[in-house]
Ligand binder design. Structure first.
Ligand SMILES: C[S@@+](CC[C@H](N)C(=O)[O-])C[C@H]1O[C@@H](n2cnc3c(N)ncnc32)[C@H](O)[C@@H]1O
Length: 199
């Protein structure tokens, strides 16, 4: 682990403590709000790298049983302040090692998590997502395609993302995003990937 990369909680703690959070959108992005309206049945949802955790409230209000996870204590402290009575829906933990039930989730929500991880870790991300989602479950959210001259955030190519997820997931949606922060404008897309029954 390297303190200067996003692979280390200290890297993120420093940024939350200093209020240097260029990725933080201060609320719930539009495509997620629409998705939650269209999927009223709810289920079990995970938000890895939840940061300030605004989306936790939206999942809860839409009838989902939701858990937000972040390995930065400062992020979780912030999320608990944001969430107030829902503070117990978030906890400190590493996405890759925190004890979570295999197949235990119907949905995993992605926003600026994959692009926060060094690319060497991306195959582990894909394996972990495939492990945690039940067959038919969905990985949905915002994927960052760049270009980006000074990562992080680390951009991924469209073919690279298909290569990463394609054996375990089938893409169901791929839409432009109209309410991006300047950092991501024109560089991210809303995607939904459905966990295949085998693979
Ligand atoms: C760019 S921030 C995004 C936060 C939030 N998703 C948002 O959209 O505002 C990336 C977050 O991922 C967290 N993170 C990075 N690697 C992680 C890991 N292995 N396990 C849990 N959280 C991690 C960081 O602490 C940070 O809060």
């Amino acid at each position: 682990m390297n303190e200067t990369t996003g692979n280390n909680p200290a890297f993120w703690d420093q940024r939350y403590r200093a209020g240097r959070m260029a990725w933080d959108c201060g609320g719930v992005p539009r495509a997620l709000t629409e998705f939650l309206k269209q999927h009223p049945a709810g289920g079990r949802a995970l938000v890895p790298g939840c940061g300030s955790g605004y989306e936790i409230k939206a999942f809860q209000a839409a009838g989902w049983t939701v858990l937000g996870l972040d390995f930065s204590r400062d992020a979780i402290d912030r999320a608990r302040t944001v969430l107030g009575p829902l503070a117990d829906r978030v906890c400190v933990g590493d996405f890759f090692t925190h004890p979570l039930a295999a197949g235990g989730f119907d949905l995993v929500y992605e926003r600026t998590f994959l692009c926060a991880l060094p690319p060497a870790v991306w195959p582990d991300y894909a394996r972990r997502m495939a492990e945690l989602l039940r067959p038919g479950g969905r990985l949905c959210g915002y994927f960052f395609f760049g270009p980006e001259e000074e990562p992080p955030p680390y951009p991924i190519g469209r073919e690279e993302l298909s290569g990463l997820l394609g054996s375990s997931f089938q893409m169901q949606a791929d839409d432009p995003v109209g309410d991006s922060l300047p950092l991501y404008a024109g560089k991210e897309r809303w995607q939904v990937w459905c966990r295949r029954r085998a693979g």
